[in-house]
Design a protein around this ligand. Sequence first.
Ligand SMILES: Cc1ncc(COP(=O)(O)O)c(C=O)c1O
Length: 484
Amino acid sequence: MPQHAFGAATLLDPKDPMGLRAHAPLLDAWMRDMETDRSPFQIPGHKGRTDLTGAIVDGDIPVLPGNHTNRISPSLILEAEAIAAKLWGADLCRFGVNGSSGSNHAAVMAVASPGDKVIVSRTLHKSVLVGMVYAGVTPIWIRPEINPETGLPEYLPSTRLAETIAANPDAKAVLIGEPSYVGTMSNIPRLSKVCHDAGIPLVVDAAWAAHYGFHKELPNHPLAEGADIVVTSAHKTLPSYSQASFVLVREGLVDLARFNKMFDSTQTTSMSGRILASIDAARALLERHGAELIGPVIEATERGRDALRAAGIQVIDGEYIDPLKLVILLGSVGADGNHVEADLLAANIDVEMANRDIVIPMITFADTPDRINDLIQRIIESVNRHRGPVRPIEILPAFSIEPEVVVTPREAFFSDYEVVDSANAVGRVSAEMICPYPPGVPVLSPGERITEAALSALLKARDMGVRIAFVADPTLKTLKVLPQ
Ligand SMILES: Cc1ncc(COP(=O)(O)O)c(C=O)c1O
């Protein structure tokens, strides 16, 4: 960990610079294993030897199959999960190694069974859609308000949700993604009240919100606002390993035993002890030092927004926006975000998302104000190099296309299919999930009619440099459709 990141506290112990070990049982167990010369006659097959494939396997320890109080084992994981549940005020917390993707699969299966209806925000991530395929449920789509100028989602009005529930009184749950990929938030207390009045749970895919509630400038955590299941990625906004996720569950409208069964079915039986320990460590860090670490990064990001605006560059801002989410819109300066990204890459700076109109550098409290300042200056310089005529922002197709559901996602997902030229695909039913990535929000779900609007929006996204993910033919020359 670079010392400049956290100031004087880093001088304590280089192996545990923030003094977390005493407060995080899995981290402590992982560190103890690292300090012990073991002869493992168990998987993983590398046996901790770094002289074979190198440092790549360093620190990779498994979860022991039996219960051990001082090792990474099922009983110690339960202990660490219980500490996390208490911190967030949940009745259950589960740590997962299959990202928010696996956690979303579990969440959908926990609240609905094959044939059930669920109300789902169309800003959902593809993993929620996959969860619906696994669960065999029928989605009732609901759209948040879309900002007419930027084409980006703003919030889901509670009146719209109430109307949708009233029209579908047999729906078993409501699933929404909050905050959206661009950091905008709905009013969760209102939405959860609407759900609870109807006796159904509110599931929030809060993949990007694991840090919420730990600084006064941040929105409250969705669990504290009434959600019943909250899925988060620890690896997105917290300093945990890739794949690390945790889910918080409130008992009542969700059956905890059923949730556990579904969650366990979405995880490998060979969990990485290192990933799990990194969730425990991030929880301890957030609990003990969250506010002090987050504050300066929020301030630096705010200064960055001011500097961008002063350079004439539009940024998303407002009361219901994650202050750490920096979303840069380039229409008003006419620069191409792909060129800006190329300039940043040349300076060894990677960004989370870039297309012609939008650049999103991901900021977390592991960043330092200096690095954020440097990033902002480089973005301004790059934009100035690539300035062009003002152009309207192209609305991201994921947020604009109205789905026409013909058969359920599961039926189409497992169906036979034909491959047709995309020019001949309009009017046919998609056998594929087609998601420009990021944000990974499907434009077409399996079982939906391929309309002229959907196809041309997808082609336009592809031409703007957006990756069309998870399809057989990412060039979109051909599409898989259901047989006629
Ligand atoms: C809203 C949302 N949910 C879920 C996921 C999946 O998260 P993970 O990468 O942790 O599986 C993502 C990933 O980007 C996401 O944006």
